[in-house]
Design a protein around this ligand. Structure first.
Ligand code: GLU
Length: 304
């Protein structure tokens, strides 16, 4: 398959859509990013890589990081995690408080904000230790030792993260957090602030396309049983309350973030990452979603 030709074709078609939508400004540091970026990267289990656009420019991965913390939690805590967080699509926005109240502080799934906050609590071993573990993990799976937190973004999230703070406190009141809201949110805000390129992102999730083994290094990152579960969760819960539309249009497990990134998995074949900062009303990259739809159409490689 000539993936470079496919990416070139997508880029030509997508150009009029780049910048359509809205760059989020509820985290002020994200609002400063230009809407005009677009990047796409493919990383295959056979070691081939293809890129188009700004694929070497760093962006804030935001909620895509929830895949990394959940991978660590699945490994550290295993199935016990599911006592504290569900596995169903939420059908509500990623930062809704209402559902959390009437479901007694148990978030619907690990990819909405309260679910990710519980996951951060489950892997908490101290602020410094947990953040170091996370960075070590991300550097390993990306193969890029320079990946780091963006302290400016983390601070902006802390300053303006009142809704996340409300969710953490609500869950604490239901005894679904072990640590203090501030400690857990320190991990959560930092994980969201991780900066990497679109190519780094495609590389970082490659183990999910290869039964949990990173084909770049041969390292086992996750068991094949847990990898199946992760891909299933991404398919059913990875795109906020637009997960049904994404599955219909793209047909792949994926995870998005409000930084405009989306990572998607074609099991046994490849990963494809996109980045374009302007979002649709559900919080997913507008041009990015369309680009992934075109990708599975032209490459004829959705999971269905
Ligand atoms: N840091 C963002 C927040 O907490 C992440 C949201 C997202 O990417 O879904 O609202």
């Amino acid at each position: 398959m000539d993936y470079q030709q496919i990416l070139n074709k997508i880029y030509d078609e997508i150009k009029p859509l780049i910048g359509k939508g809205k760059v989020p400004d509820y985290i002020p540091a994200l609002g400063n990013v230009s809407a005009d970026h677009f990047a796409m990267a493919v990383s295959t289990v056979n070691g081939e890589e293809f890129t188009i656009g700004d694929a070497d420019k760093n962006f804030s991965i935001q909620s895509v990081s929830k895949v990394f913390t959940l991978t660590i939690a699945m490994d550290l805590v295993g199935d016990k995690l599911w006592k504290r967080v569900g596995r169903e699509p939420s059908g509500s926005s990623f930062n809704s408080l209402v559902q959390l109240e009437y479901e007694n502080g148990i978030p619907r799934n690990p990819f909405i904000n309260p679910g990710a906050i519980v996951v951060s609590d489950a892997i908490f071993e101290g602020r410094g230790k947990t953040k170091n573990r996370l960075l070590k993990f991300v550097r390993e799976v990306s193969g890029n030792a320079a990946i780091s937190f963006d302290e400016e973004v983390a601070e902006s999230e802390r300053k303006f993260g009142n809704r996340n703070r409300a969710m953490a406190n609500l869950m604490k009141s239901f005894n679904n957090l072990n640590e203090t809201a501030d400690d857990v949110l320190d991990i959560y805000f930092h994980q969201c602030s991780i900066g990497m390129t679109t190519l780094d992102l495609a590389r970082s999730v490659l183990f999910l396309a290869n039964s949990g083994i990173d084909p770049k290094t041969g390292n086992k990152i996750l068991s094949s049983r847990m990898t199946k579960k992760m891909n299933s969760l991404m398919l059913t819960c990875g795109l906020y309350d637009a997960v049904g539309d994404f599955a219909y249009r793209v047909g792949l497990p994926g995870k998005s973030g409000v930084g405009g990134g989306i990572a998607a998995i074609v099991p046994d074949e490849l990963t494809v990452a996109v980045w374009s900062p302007a979002l649709n009303k559900h919080g997913n990259s507008y041009a990015g979603t369309k680009a992934l739809e075109l990708f599975t159409t032209y490459a004829d490689n959705s999971i269905f």
